[in-house]
Design a protein around this ligand. Structure first.
Ligand SMILES: Cc1ncc(COP(=O)(O)O)c(C=O)c1O
Length: 372
């Protein structure tokens, strides 16, 4: 959900992409993005495009044909990173883990030792297709020990759980506006650290994408203010307002809110015998993948929640299609009222599917988490 403050910001009158007022706004957006990414990187900007544009920007700027790139693949978005890296001409080493599990540092170490000269290690911090929460610190360290850069997909994690670009020594990362930042889709926050910039400036070949070439984009977002492409003005208004809301709430309280609502949801689900798909120690608070019980028509349940309660939950993707539901509790949507409403609605839908459940059990369990 998007807060009315953000919607109002989008309706503000338009100005030019080089208007002094817009230039001031660009600086605000950069400063606020540095705050949420916990970085001092000067090249921290929104890419015009959705999260996939940020993914593509990172990979095409850092990789050249023939480079070796190690990618963690344990869901839809790791698979996508591997595909994009391949299209950039890299030799991709896929490090696979079952969907719902995380990629272990030992696996990354083995892959790196098998490379001649690894250029990049890439992992998804919050795998939206499975609900798995990938630790990044150790993999980043391993990448550096082997002389490689480390790239993190923070599309779903940014603004919902800690993302510590500088402390964890992440060289490049990207996100999306429509997840825990609670902004419409359309921009992809990106940050490049000094090692990534160094690789960019020492490229042998031109970046294959003109639109996503960061050395050109840096001239528009940096002091030169050279026109590159027409910035989506209203989306930048929206992002600035959404980021101000993150800053007003404070990162710590925001992360705690996401965690608490996840705990309440999980307690409610457990009370009616539903299990979460991701491994227990690595469950995301903002994306809850639930195993569909035997004999239940998962699509019918989703349809009922939408038609009868106006609640949209996601289905499974790829190999998890038909096997899980995905409940997002992101940004503005991470609210106690939503947790209680979805539990009550789900309980009712499951009874209609023939499950014998005591009315109110899920809501009671979630309420006891809020009252603790
Ligand atoms: C983890 C992750 N990475 C990348 C993407 C791609 O983002 P977009 O759909 O905004 O292009 C998504 C979208 O859901 C995502 O969840």
């Amino acid at each position: 959900m998007v807060h009315p403050r953000v919607l109002r910001a989008m309706a503000a009158p338009l100005i030019g992409h080089l208007d002094p007022a817009f230039v001031t706004m660009m600086e605000d957006v950069k400063a606020l993005l540095r705050l949420v990414f916990a970085t001092a990187n000067p090249l921290t900007i929104p890419i015009s495009g959705t999260g996939s544009a940020g993914m593509e920007a990172c990979l095409v700027n850092l990789l050249e044909p023939g480079d070796e790139c190690v990618v963690g693949v344990n869901g839809v978005f790791g698979t996508r990173m591997a595909e994009v890296a391949e299209r950039a001409g890299a030799t991709v080493v896929r490090v696979e883990a079952p969907w719902g599990r995380v990629v272990h540092p030992e696996q990354i170490g083995i892959a790196l030792r098998g490379c001649r000269r690894p250029k990049l290690v890439a992992l998804v911090h919050a795998e939206t297709s499975t609900g798995a929460w990938q630790p990044l610190e150790q993999p980043a360290q391993l990448a550096h020990e082997h002389g490689a850069l480390f790239l993190a997909d923070c599309v779903t994690s940014l603004g919902g759980v800690p993302v510590e670009i500088d402390r964890w020594e992440i060289d490049a990362a990207y996100s999306g506006t429509q997840k825990c930042l609670s902004c419409p889709p359309g921009l992809s926050p990106l940050t490049f650290g000094p090692r990534a910039l160094d690789v960019l400036t020492r490229r042998r070949t031109k970046v294959q994408s003109w639109y996503l070439d960061l050395s050109l984009l840096a001239q528009y977002w940096g002091e030169e203010r050279v026109y590159h492409h027409t910035a989506p003005i209203s989306m930048n208004y929206a992002l600035r307002e959404a980021l101000r809301m993150v800053a007003d709430e404070g990162l710590g309280p925001r992360f705690a809110r996401h965690r608490r609502n996840h705990e309440a949801l999980a307690a409610g689900l457990t009370a009616i015998g539903l299990g979460l798909h991701a491994e227990e120690r690595h469950r995301l608070p903002m994306l809850n993948a639930i195993t569909v019980p035997e004999g239940v028509d998962e699509a019918r349940v989703r349809g009922q929640l939408l038609a009868d309660h106006g609640i949209e939950i996601g289905g499974g993707l790829g190999p998890l299609r038909g096997r899980v539901w995905r409940i997002g509790l992101m940004g503005e949507s991470s609210r106690a009222a939503h947790v209680l409403a979805v539990l009550a609605a789900l309980e009712g839908a499951l009874r209609r599917e023939g499950m014998r459940l005591a009315p109110g059990a899920a809501v009671a369990a979630a309420t006891s988490v809020y009252e603790a």
